[in-house]
Design a protein around this ligand. Structure first.
Ligand code: HEM
Length: 395
């Protein structure tokens, strides 16, 4: 795609690369960036950010509606940006603005992606992409320089490596010390960080917002989830989230944040439902449609978390009717990172607060439209009134 070529350092990121180079990046993802150990190391960032969000809800003037979509999006941005770049990041506002522009470029339909030989005709789009690329490249360049400086200073001071690693530190370390068939460059680090920012921020926020939307439309489900959490001992254990986990599964079935999987290439010509799919064709799997297909699901348009109570179907890529995180070698490497955030944020929002619609709005009148783009976020922002029920911990 033109956007991935011009904006994504010539497709050197994880999503758009392939072959040996992509395999190296995937290995780095599973063993370094999103390993269970690394995800655990971000737990204090997650806790701090979620607690400060809860505090802001509690301080909201009585009976005023909060823009849940916007605050959750900010929560997810803060966590991913802190995990990627460390605590202090002054250009956050500028980066978020550039990210919004880049996402728009990836979301639109570009005729020249279908007719690449004519792409030279599309001068305006190319000019816009090149300008945008140079804007975020200078932000990332600055971040890398600061990290390199910090690492050198720490090494001089302590004689060993940096104590607390953010994702940029991890990538610099891997680049310096790894043994690779294909070179990992500074541009690789920038493009991987772009993937983390784009794949990692909106997707988790979208899942949390859809879950809250479905819960407010289904008060009995909301009450059951809250009862489970309010009876549980704190800190939560695995069992205290049993019903919430079903709610999250059902949300991801009906509203997969990434409705279309990463494009695949057909290796061998084959027949599907009487159509010939030629070798070399680009295949796009529609995870949204699979999750709503009446062949696989009873009442597919109804929100019923209980359907998963007695079912072994899971989203780990083994059940092809339920692929919110994809499947196979391209399955989402951020699955554990995002699930821990989605579970913890929802659990605490439901434990501490009751939620009401504003202005006498009825649950059935909520707008359920999705945005048009690579992520299927809720189109209209969700406004809810938080009512504090269980006191917040001293954060
Ligand atoms: C609820 C949250 C998330 C959902 C629903 C989600 C979903 C997906 C899906 C469907 C894919 C394509 C998989 C395929 O084609 O088989 C994907 C790929 C990817 N995701 Fe996620 N994702 C989420 C969160 C994250 C997070 C938090 C990160 C990183 C911080 C992340 C990083 C990536 C990357 C790098 C890829 C590309 C993998 C590759 O091409 O090898 N995702 N994700």
């Amino acid at each position: 795609m033109i956007a991935s070529n011009l904006l994504g350092y010539g497709c050197t990121d994880i999503v758009f690369s392939n072959g040996t180079y992509w395999r190296q990046l995937r290995r780095i993802c599973t063993t370094e960036l999103f390993s269970s150990k690394q995800v655990k190391s971000f737990s204090s960032i997650r806790r701090e950010e979620i607690n400060s969000l809860l505090k802001s809800f509690a301080l909201f003037p009585d009976k005023s509606p909060v823009n849940v979509s916007a605050t959750i999006s900010e929560l997810s941005n803060n966590i991913v940006i802190r995990a990627a770049f460390g605590g202090k990041f002054e250009d956050r506002g500028l980066l978020l603005e550039i990210m919004r522009e880049v996402l728009e470029c990836f979301s639109g339909f570009n005729l020249f992606d279908l007719f690449p030989s004519l792409s030279w005709l599309d001068v305006n789009t190319r000019r816009k992409f090149v300008r945008l690329h140079s804007k975020f490249d200078s932000v990332l360049e600055e971040i890398l320089k600061e990290h390199l400086k910090k690492q050198q200073q720490q090494q001089k001071k302590k004689g060993d490596a940096v104590a607390e690693y953010d994702l940029v530190d991890v990538l610099i370390n891997v680049k310096e010390n790894g043994d690779f068939e294909e070179p990992i460059t500074m541009d690789t680090i920038k493009s991987v960080i772009l993937d983390v920012l784009f794949a990692g921020t909106e997707s988790s926020a979208t899942a949390i917002t859809w879950a809250m939307t479905e819960l407010i439309r289904h008060p009995k489900v909301m009450a059951k989830a809250q009862a489970e959490l309010r009876q549980a001992a704190i800190p939560f254990t695995e069992n205290s989230l049993d019903y919430l986990k079903l709610v999250i599964k059902e949300t991801l079935r009906m509203h997969p944040p990434a409705p279309l999987l990463v494009p695949r290439l057909c290796h061998e010509s084959c027949q599907i439902l009487g159509y010939t799919i030629p070798s070399g064709a680009r295949i796009i799997v529609n995870a949204w449609a699979l999750g709503r297909n009446p062949i696989y699901w009873d009442d597919p348009d109804d929100f019923k978390p209980e359907r998963f109570e007695t079912s072994a179907i899971d989203f780990k890529g083994q059940n092809f009717e339920f692929l919110p995180f994809g499947a196979g070698r391209r399955i989402c490497p951020g699955l554990e990172f995002s699930l821990t955030l989605v579970e913890e944020a929802l659990a605490k929002m439901l434990l501490h607060f009751d939620w009401e619609l504003s202005n006498g709005m009825k649950p059935n009148n909520l707008d359920m439209m999705e945005t048009f783009g690579i992520s299927a976020a809720k189109k209209e922002p969700l406004f809810l009134i938080p009512i504090l029920r269980v006191p917040l911990p001293d954060c």
